[in-house]
Design a protein around this ligand. Structure first.
Ligand code: HEC
Length: 101
């Protein structure tokens, strides 16, 4: 195994960087059971209590930091979804990308 290969195997999360497309894929697999995850303003969340991500993106209280803090802490209504820091950053980038220009 090459040195780089060994490093990538030892630190799998490090091989990934912040990427809104990765965030979108994670949102589809981990979050879409409860949240409407795309920019469609008419979409309804499968769980009526879960805000649409487009709605979250447009709340004045939402910032990159608030999303990252939220996604790092556990949430009483959300199962404990284990996300790496890179996954959290990618999800935050994806959600913020839904904000109306
Ligand atoms: C089992 C259902 C469920 C899943 C799965 C789920 N959520 Fe949620 N989420 C909720 C509910 C319900 C709320 C609103 C109620 C609350 O805030 O307690 C919420 C609220 C939120 C909020 C709003 C926080 C705020 O500032 O009000 C964000 C952001 C969020 N979820 C992100 C995510 C992300 C990202 C994922 C996937 C990694 C995810 N959720 C998966 C049910 C879920």
């Amino acid at each position: 195994m090459t040195f780089i290969g060994a490093l990538a195997a030892a630190f799998p999360a490090r091989a990934q960087s912040v990427d809104p497309a990765v965030g979108e894929r994670l949102a589809k697999s981990e979050c879409a059971a409860c949240h409407a995850i795309d920019a469609d303003a008419k979409a309804r969340s499968p769980d009526p209590k879960a805000p649409r991500f487009a709605e979250v993106a447009n709340m004045v209280s939402t910032t990159e930091l608030s999303l990252k803090v939220f996604l790092r802490s556990s949430h009483k209504n959300m199962p404990n979804i284990m996300l790496s820091p890179e996954e959290i950053d990618s999800l935050a980038a994806y959600i913020l990308g839904l904000k109306k220009k």
